[in-house]
Ligand binder design. Structure first.
Ligand SMILES: [Fe+2]
Ligand SMILES: [Fe+2]
Length: 494
């Protein structure tokens, strides 16, 4: 081989090496190595086997002609197994003349192996990381020393790249496992929202994927396609967006009515005591009348009627309180009436005078809308800050470094009235805007709480449209969400 060609081939290997170190996707990397190795030694086929140190096995994902099924076999078996075990090259002009060659593969695939060049792939410390095997030199001649040299050089570069990719896969698996575990943690805290994180992640990615296909509908986002890394980043952010709920008291998280169940229980017991006290009071009066005026006294009947009226009144008061306890919008005048009820007193068993309602109860029952007091609302809202703090503690890889920021903005509104930071539109990234739409959609349509009705799709879309008209949500992204019918796409995908 002349010098010029040799230099050209070696330069080619360097180029490949550069490309290989940049490739972190293992499948693509293996396919690329096999392709380049084939080209470098001018072989008809090429296979790559990776050494599994723990199991003492070789495995292959890319064995050309065999598809991409994973093949495993023990160290020492076949040509590749021997090469991996001994760390030495095997170069056979005619495979069938060597007893280490296993003709079963040829029989299974219908391929006819002639020459084989099988090289150990050595990492930078000289340890065997795998095996590169080239079959049938195209010229028909055996592989020569120069092929050995070239394939060896390729193998060295490939080994390092593969180790990097495997390490990268390990890191990904680690993050994946960690994210899954976190989702389990938050959803076991608030089981009624189970599945919310996963659905928000699916809807958000569905929207992100619809974006490049949306054309003019996407408006300024027309050319915004996410990279693979950005998709993973967005998925993690969506899966973990509500993680901070683990920092919110469970009672507040699942609060259906204004009073906590235990507080309502106390109130109920008090009203029982009030009813009993009134009953006793009237009985006492009746007894006095009976003793003083005898059975025929008209006051007796009067007292009986008064007792019945009082009983009815207490039942009505109790029903009124139950009504106030519901999260629906409070009618005009209700807080004033609650104030009046609170003023009323009764005597407890010890004869101590007590009010029907405590000031705290009046305050809670006077919540104008929903079930949460302003303090509790703030506590729920704090989940976003908890999420951000938690996510910021994690040493994300460079490719995933925006996970905390993307999740942090999921309750912000484009008009600057969201929480917790009241960000302006410019400060809310595309990824967050997509997640916000998905989050609201799922919150509206999920049948996740016994006391909350799941809205039908059309009604939810109407609310989203209204929010975008009022400048809260991204109009263009919502248009893509609607046009591509992302919820339906997601349903089909599952
Ligand atoms: Fe949230
Ligand atoms: Fe959410």
């Amino acid at each position: 081989m002349d010098l010029a060609r040799r230099v050209q081939k070696l330069t080619g290997i360097l180029d490949v090496a550069k490309a290989l170190t940049a490739e972190r996707d293992l499948d693509r990397l293996l396919a690329r190595i096999v392709e380049e190795a084939k080209r470098v030694v001018d072989a008809d086929r090429c296979s790559l086997f990776i050494l599994d140190q723990e199991k003492n096995e070789l495995w292959s994902k890319v064995a050309q002609g065999l598809g991409t099924t994973v093949l495993r076999f023990p160290l020492g078996r076949g040509i590749a197994g021997v090469v991996a075990q001994k760390g030495q090259v095997i170069n056979l002009p005619d495979a069938y003349k060597d007893e280490r060659f296993n003709p079963a593969v040829d029989r299974a695939t219908g391929y006819a192996t002639h020459s084989i060049l099988c090289m150990p792939m050595l990492d930078h410390e000289g340890r065997v990381a795998g095996v590169l095997q080239a079959l049938n030199k195209r010229s028909g001649a055996p592989f020569d020393v120069e092929d050995e040299e070239l394939l060896g050089a390729m193998g060295g570069q490939a080994a390092v790249a593969i180790q990097n990719a495997l390490l990268h896969e390990d890191i990904q698996r680690l993050f994946e496992g960690f994210v899954r575990a976190s989702v389990v943690a938050v959803e076991s805290r608030d089981p009624v929202t189970a599945g919310h994180s996963e659905r928000v992640a699916m809807l958000t990615l569905g929207l992100a994927d619809a974006l490049p296909r949306a054309g003019a509908t996407a408006g300024p986002w027309r050319h915004s396609a996410l990279t693979d890394d950005e998709r993973v980043e967005l998925r993690y952010a969506a899966l973990l967006h509500d993680f901070g709920k683990v920092g919110v008291r469970e009672g507040v998280l699942v609060k259906a009515n204004k009073l906590f169940p235990s507080d309502l229980e106390i109130l109920r017991a008090r009203f029982d005591a009030i009813a009993a006290a009134l009953e006793t009071e009237i009985l006492r009066e009746q007894l006095t009348v009976l003793e003083q005026e005898g059975r025929g006294s008209p006051r007796l009947a009067e007292l009986t009627a008064r007792a019945a009226a009082r009983r009815t009144e207490i039942v009505e008061l109790w029903n009124f309180i139950l009504q106030c306890n519901k999260p629906s919008v409070l009618a005009e005048g209700v807080p004033a009436r609650l104030g009046e009820v609170a003023q009323r007193t009764y005597r407890d068993m010890a004869g101590v005078s007590r009010t029907f309602l405590t000031p705290d109860e009046v305050e809670v029952l006077s919540i104008r809308r929903g079930s949460l007091s302003s303090k509790e609302r703030l506590e729920i809202e704090s989940h976003v800050t908890h999420t951000f703090r938690f996510l910021s503690q994690i040493p994300w890889t460079r490719a995933l470094r925006n996970v905390p920021t993307i999740a942090y903005g999921h309750h912000e509104k484009l008009d600057g009235h969201g929480y917790p930071r009241a960000l302006s539109a410019e400060a809310i990234p595309l990824q967050t805007r997509m997640m916000t739409i998905s989050d609201i959609y799922d919150a509206l349509t999920a049948s996740d709480r016994p006391y909350k009705k799941a809205l039908p799709r059309e009604k939810a879309m109407e609310i989203l449209r209204d929010e975008s008209r009022r400048g809260f949500l991204d109009r263009d992204l919502l248009a893509v969400f609607t046009e591509a019918d992302v919820p339906m796409l997601m349903k089909k995908a599952t």
